[in-house]
Design a protein. Sequence first.
Length: 111
Amino acid sequence: MQQWFLAYIWEHYQSEDVFQKDLEAAFKIRRSTATEILKAMERKKLIERVPSAADKRSKKILLTESAIAVCKENQRKISHTEELLMRGLSQDEIKVFFNVLQKIQRNIELF
């Protein structure tokens, strides 16, 4: 879960402030669950929570330098894996593959 939180914060923190409530909504988890995960991430020095300028009761979540390094390394690994998986496939084959995946995803969402 911490890796998922890191990825979410990484994707959003440069363009918008990220708060605990955002993580709760994105991952459909209870407040207590999010609190425990964030506390563990603070202990590992992956995040800092600082008061928001707009609302002192809310704390925005910031990535530490070590967390940013982890995110960059994860992104590098993902890009490398994607290159390996797509090797030898044409753009048309990739397009068809993603279209099929989208249809499967829609079918799953109907459950």
